[in-house]
Design a protein around this ligand. Structure first.
Ligand code: COA
Ligand code: AMP
Length: 641
């Protein structure tokens, strides 16, 4: 592409920062408003900014009904492709409108009204998207909980969101097992202080859930009890959904997304970042339980009039490493979005890309990767084998869409491996040091975004305004602290290097080591513990626990390790992938008592590190290294300075 288009993007980005109101008001023309906004940006109460105040719309209308009205009724809205059940099913926009309005009626018949919360604990089936849109239709606030979370995690979210209704399915399907959702849902409700008035259960052929009389209603019966519901007008600033994500403790953060800014921002990205066109097939191979699933399985593609793919399977093993190429071929996928770990899994099973040669994937125009750092090897492999641009972009549950990326719809900047390219519109990214000063280009520091954040990001945390300020806005006044560290090079490319907190990234899933430590500490024999994320060829990182036992505990260490592994699976869920732990006598700490998790992680990863001068007893590190070696880690450690 020409220099002019690079300049076009630069001018666009510059305008988004110098004239955010004008920029986003123009972008908002893509949305069908019931009433236009009074103020584009209400900045009267920082750091609580509100976009499109006074505006009224309905997100479901924008994602479904208007496309039917504008002639897309017969176009596929959803392609459900499920290699784990052998199903391929197409739902047109007209059928989707019918299903969503009838399911919205079902929710209404159970008492759900505008502003009520509805928790969805669902597998990757089209009914999940239908239920999300049905909530949006009523102005109810959905909160999707990923199926790999255990009842305890679900209960925490039930207590916080206080849903009137919970929607679930009889089961999810993992390649090695049928995951029965209903017993987990029942356990969570029993455990929770808040009780929903009703549960609507979608019965799948693979498993029939038993229903609790008086509380549970089968999906079709629930629909039969209601009348198709119309789109309810909501304020642009009303919440569309809450999505819980890991914080540094066991109490997850309820990220809130509003209606107006969300629709505006996602529509902007569909064109400018992803270079998509209405009518094309857009496939985000993720899960509706994650933010990627919210933004790019459900809302983004549907708001834009694309066909979205709901894929129930894995990149490998369902049935093989060719499944992605089969889906691209069969459904003429134009844009693929997934996590780098999916490509690492495919590359591991099919290093020479033999499966790719079996399919015609010429419809594919670009691959987008996010969720974790894209390692250059994986990027090269994907580029060489797919022969399309491979674009790393960086974002978070909090932001709802990309903070940095390569704006394919405007200009494809030359790719630099290891960088997630340039800030997107509205993102004023600065790298700050501990004194809140900007560091020189090329130096690493805390990646912060100057406030206000653009539309579509989180206006607050559910039930936790103080936590919102304390966690994100307080340390660097005037900025949003992303929690990531990195640098910007001389060409303005942003590099995301590491988290600055105790969050780790396992197979593109964000997990809190603090939450795992809380679970380990609850074991009767554990006196003290630490969890770190260690490098893993497939999953990027995996958690590893260190346990110090209470005095007098003489039981077998192997048994205790097995018990804590089971406890994390039971309390947090299989998604935590907590499978490794080791018993040690002591943990390395600073003189003020802070556990040196970073140093332990570097030893495990065999990475260069300096032992902090503040360490209390450097003699513990050789013990840690030995323990790591016993687990098969290379475990190099340096002497204290
Ligand atoms: N319901 C119940 N259990 C689930 C689940 C769900 N929705 N999703 C995952 N799990 C379970 C898995 O069965 C597995 O359990 P196990 O310990 O009994 O084997 C565990 O949680 C870990 O799952 P996963 O992270 O998927 O690992 P895996 O080894 O099964 O597969 C990959 C590895 C790389 C193929 C897989 O992680 C993957 O496809 N990653 C893509 C990541 C992604 O889409 N990220 C979203 C952000 S874009
Ligand atoms: P989540 O909120 O689950 O989307 O996780 C967000 C976190 O994942 C970010 O804060 C980063 O640490 C990491 N992440 C997401 N995308 C990228 C990327 N492209 N490069 C590096 N890290 C990423």
């Amino acid at each position: 592409m020409s220099q002019t288009s690079a300049a076009t993007y630069d001018a666009m980005h510059a305008r988004s920062l110098s004239d955010p109101q004008g920029f986003w008001a123009d972008a908002a023309e893509q949305v069908s408003w019931i009433k236009r906004w009074d103020t584009v940006l209400d900045d009267s109460n920082p750091p609580f900014y509100r976009w499109f105040k006074g505006g009224v719309l309905n997100t479901c209308y924008n994602a479904v009904d208007r496309h039917v009205e504008q002639g897309r009724g017969d176009q596929a809205a959803i392609i459900y492709d499920s290699p784990v059940t052998g199903t391929v099913q197409t739902i047109t926009y007209r059928e989707l409108q019918d299903q969503v309005s009838r399911f919205a009626g079902a929710l209404r018949a159970q008492g759900v009204e505008k502003g009520d919360r509805v928790i969805l604990y669902m597998p990757m089936i089209p009914q999940s998207v239908v239920a999300m849109l049905a909530c949006a239709r009523l102005g109810a606030v959905h909160s999707v909980v990923f199926g790999g979370f255990a009842p305890h995690e679900l209960a925490t979210r039930i207590n916080d969101a206080a849903p009137k209704v919970i929607v679930s399915a009889s089961c999810g399907i993992e390649p090695n097992r049928v995951v029965k959702y209903k017993p987990m849902l029942d356990a969570a409700i029993e455990h929770a202080d808040h009780k929903p008035a009703a549960c609507i259960i979608f019965q799948r052929p693979q498993e029939t859930a038993s229903l609790v009389p008086g509380r549970d209603v089968e999906w079709n019966e629930a629909i039969a009890k209601g009348q198709p519901a119309e789109c309810v007008p909501v304020a642009a600033t009303d919440p569309l959904y809450i999505l819980y994500t890991s914080g540094t403790t066991g109490q997850p953060k309820g990220v809130v997304r509003d209606n107006g800014g969300h629709a505006v921002a996602l529509l902007w990205t569909m064109k400018h970042l992803y270079n998509a066109e209405p009518g094309e097939v857009y496939w985000a191979a993720s899960d509706v339980g994650w933010v990627v699933g919210h933004s790019y399985i459900c809302y983004g593609p549907l708001l834009y009039g694309c066909t979205t793919v709901v894929f129930e399977g894995k990149p490998v093993g369902t049935p093989d490493a060719g499944t992605f190429w089969r889906v691209i071929n069969q459904h003429k996928v134009r844009t693929l979005f997934t996590a780098p770990t999916a490509f690492r899994a495919i590359k591991r099973d099919d290093p020479n890309g033999e499966f790719i040669k079996k399919y015609d994937i010429s419809s594919l125009r670009a691959l987008f990767l996010a969720g974790e750092r894209s390692d250059p090897d994986t990027l090269h492999w994907a580029e060489d084998n797919l022969e399309v641009p491979v674009i790393d972009h960086w974002w978070q549950t909090e932001t709802g869409w990309a903070i940095t990326g390569n704006p394919l719809g405007v200009h494809l900047f030359p790719i630099k491996y290891g960088s997630a390219t340039r800030p997107m519109a509205g993102w004023d990214i600065r790298i700050l040091d501990a004194e809140h000063k900007e560091v020189p280009r090329g130096d690493t520091g805390a990646i912060c975004a100057k406030l206000p954040l653009p539309p579509g990001t989180f206006p607050t945390l559910w039930n936790a305004e103080e936590r919102f300020v304390k966690s994100y806005m307080a340390d660097y006044p005037g900025y949003y602290q992303t929690g990531d560290a990195g640098f910007i090079d001389d060409d303005g490319y942003v590099y995301i290097m590491a988290r600055t907190d105790d969050i780790i990234n396992v197979a593109g899933h964000r997990l809190s080591t603090g939450a795992m430590e809380e679970v380990l500490s609850s074991h009767k024999d554990v006196a003290e513990c630490a969890v770190i994320g260690v490098a893993d060829d497939l999953k990027g990182q995996v958690p590893l626990g260190f346990l110090c036992l209470k005095a007098g505990v003489t039981r077998s260490h192997d048994e205790i390790v097995k018990e804590v592994v089971a406890l994390v699976r039971e309390q947090i869920g299989p998604v935590a992938d907590f499978k490794r732990a080791v018993v040690v006598d002591r943990l390395p700490k600073t003189r003020s008592g802070k556990i040196l998790r970073g140093t332990m992680q570097k030893i495990a990863d065999n990475a260069e590190h300096k032992v902090p001068a503040t360490i209390d007893d450097p003699g513990i590190l050789p013990e840690i290294a030995e323990a790591l070696k016993s687990l098969g880690y290379a475990a190099k450690y340096d002497q204290a300075e």
